[in-house]
Design a protein around this ligand. Structure first.
Ligand code: PAF
Length: 281
């Protein structure tokens, strides 16, 4: 497996793959891998081509007072895990390589960045869209794989690809969960054992929502209220938002008649966790 640190090295690697007639499949990450990341890499491996992963904790997508400095990092562990699932190259740049002195440009996907996490994390999605566009320009992937836990991020990247005419196919991948339902996240390491147990309320409330919709409930407000009350009843949870939104536009809906996203974000101690499920009327 090759470890590439510079844009130049990645461009040369990509040129070699193309010369050999291979497609390039890309998994962008911030590292500290868990089974969710590995599932994206395995999914990429299923497609014919060379798999490259990036590991870059992107300062642009962290706000003041957020966890950029303490975001978990362990390159050696990540390297071994990526190797174990057949990744062929890792792009592991430093901040100066991605944002050299004099860097100025930012990208904004206007409407999709406003609701949900965009409200409580101003500038976050501009940071995500900017780094993903840069990474796509560097790696030139045929396909890129994104987890559906970060559903808003996925929608923003789909829109970015469409608006900027990028030749990359975005492959959405299912949420990977712990046996008790907690969605896998690098931020789960921040949880104390008590908070870890409490955090399962997110998935339980989403399961309840899914069951209600499957049983015929179409009133989005009732679903939102039910999910909200269940999470609010957990003393260790501090709710950021509970929303029932159109799965394409991410705007609130009154009736569940089209593909709809039930999305939650809550703090458990220092960890801000998100989760979601898709329901359909
Ligand atoms: O989902 C992530 O890990 C990050 O937001 C991404 C897409 C790698 C951009 O930094």
């Amino acid at each position: 497996m090759e470890i590439l640190h510079t844009v130049h090295e990645v461009r040369q690697w990509a040129r070699r793959q193309r010369a050999a007639g291979r497609a390039i499949h890309f998994v962008p990450t911030m590292g500290y891998f868990h089974e969710g990341h590995l599932s994206l890499m395995r999914r990429a491996r299923e497609d014919e081509g060379a798999v490259i992963v990036s590991i870059f904790v992107n300062p642009l997508q962290f706000g003041a007072g957020e966890d950029f400095d303490r975001y978990p990092r362990d390159f050696e562990r990540d390297r071994q895990m990526a190797h174990s699932v057949g990744v062929e190259a890792i792009f592991y740049p430093d901040v100066a390589e991605m944002y050299p002195s004099g860097y100025q440009t930012e990208v904004r996907v206007k409407e999709l960045s406003k609701p949900l996490c965009g409200r409580s994390r101003p500038g976050h999605f501009e940071g995500v869209a900017t780094v993903v566009l840069k990474l796509f320009n560097i790696v030139t992937p045929d396909r890129a794989y994104f987890g559906m836990k970060d559903y808003q991020q996925l929608r923003i990247i789909q829109q970015l690809v469409r608006d900027m005419n990028l030749p990359t196919e975005i492959v959405p991948c299912p949420i990977v969960r712990e046996p008790d339902g907690l969605a896998m996240s690098s931020r789960n390491v921040y949880l104390t054992p008590e908070e870890r147990a409490a955090a399962t309320v997110l998935y339980r409330s989403l399961q309840w929502a899914q069951a209600q919709v499957a049983a015929g409930e179409r009133d989005a407000l009732k679903i939102r209220e039910g999910v909200y009350q269940q999470i609010a009843a957990e003393p260790r949870a501090r709710i950021d938002y509970v929303e029932v939104v159109d799965a394409d536009t991410l705007l609130p809906v009154e009736r569940i008649e089209r593909p709809t996203l039930v999305a939650v974000a809550a703090f458990f101690g220092a960890a801000r966790l998100i989760d979601n499920c898709l329901v359909s009327g």
